[in-house]
Design a protein around this ligand. Sequence first.
Ligand code: ATP
Ligand code: MG
Length: 574
Amino acid sequence: MKENESTAPADFIRDIVATDVAAKKHDGRIHTRFPPEPNGYLHIGHAKSICLNFGIAAENAGGCCNLRFDDTNPVTEEPEYVESIKADVAWLGFDWSDREYYASQYFETLYESAVGLIKRGKAFVCSLTESQIRDHRGTLTEPGSNSPDRDRAVAENLDLFGRMRAGEFEDGVYVLRAKIDMAHSNIHMRDPIIYRIRHAEHHFTGSAWCIYPMYDYAHPISDAIERITHSLCTLEFEIHRPLYDWFVNEVDLPCRPRQIEFARLNLSYTVMSKRRLLELVRDGNVSSWDDPRMPTLSGIRRRGFTPEAIRNFCRRIGVTKYDGITDIALLEHCVRDDLNKHSPRAMAVLNPLRVVIENYSEEHEENLAAINNPEDDSMGIRQVPFSRVLYIEQDDFMEDPPKKFFRLAPGREVRLRYAYYITCTGVDRDPATGQILQVRCNYDPATKGGSSPDGRKVKGTLHWVSAVHAVDAQVRLYDRLFTVEDPLADTSVSDYRELLNPNSLEIVDAAKLEPGLADAAPGARFQFERLGYFCVDRDTSPQQHIFNRTLPLRDSWAKIRSQQNGKQANDKTA
Ligand code: ATP
Ligand code: MG
């Protein structure tokens, strides 16, 4: 880890951890876990949890962090998701070493622990349906009512639970419930369900089980089995904490972990829950889980975001107890900051306009030195070919420009980056359509390298590509996935997908690149001069080069929005 990652962050969870270490609680051990459910791909919100859990482990001598797949619901979980999660955590820069666990590995212990609860009169088999159980549960102001099965004898409970496991009953016939208190002020303590019957194939245990533990039961016990000291989760589990503690106390286990809750990350202009992201994939609103518009880690990786930038972003947002929406502009700022320092420059023209340098010989061509990264001398220089016919951007030329237009126009002189000053002498048009076919120019041989010996100044510097040397490419330009900050909270539409940004993907098919880019491997990142940050897409091939725009150079969106709102877009969590 580097630069700004060298000093440890500070937050209320790290304060608790430091206090526990000082007090030699758990013998001074620190052991955390990141517990994804393999029911979808990880998103940027998970990165916050990964950085927190693995970060705290790394900051404490001897600290460990487990990667635990919370795979207790066979209906929604798949091996594809397990593999993607591992790839994403590794890409973010974290190493779980041999600490890869699955809650499903604990099914036997979880079952035995439930038998123990039954024997001690702390659990019972209930024949109410899940909806009847909900009806009996009471409300925030009224107590619930006891199940008619609550006082079933221990022996009968043991017999029924054994037969549930043996597969004697259909789904839903019985559940196992903890026997706590139907009048408890916390609804989660009102005899919650511990086990359900589900005749479903599990991605790991196959058909070995037909009863599956509930999250609220499996999670604390999995934590305790792994001797986790600090079990960090998001705020919605705060209300479940008494139940977490109840299980940890009632079940005989080697360790008593402590649950601590923090605010989940929400980002503007996107949705984050895996359920929503799955909808977008299934319904074809995006091409895949790793569509570069998705807030998934695989999506932003394909888009060209770096793990360093994401870790830095997670440091900057910090860890608090306050829910809020973080402006996606902060994430983009962190990405630009990192890419600016580390990505080599290159020249590419997205919307080509032919330029003929009439006083440059047709037989001649030359290589000109270009700086790879002005922020980093160690990245050296490269050679870019120059010849009589070039491409520049269409919007870098105007035949009849307004006063403040400092680019190319008839009679005007501009600098071609790393090359020469050129002056426009005229345009050639298609006689039929009147469309501009090419721009004619003269160059000044004395300005080689892009400066004039007589001190003559030009206001505009354009990027360009030599036409005969240019490589054709498709370039995919991405914008925000949604048109509003908080799509799920918007009440003006009946379905949040009506708020998808119809312009979130624009495909440019006839871009021209400097020739060195033909060899760039998938994932390679560049700054295209004056245009933004780009990376090679995984779909690229020698027949068709494909680049993704990671981000434009500046946040043009924030500028447009601040013009609309009359204020600057700020990070709301700051
Ligand atoms: P989602 O609602 O997106 O499906 P989840 O909480 O159900 O998320 P899990 O796979 O259960 O997803 O999450 C693994 C861990 O990541 C949990 O500890 C969870 O609290 C944490 N996590 C999930 N989403 C966020 C988020 N937006 N910000 C911070 N942590 C998160
Ligand atoms: Mg979940």
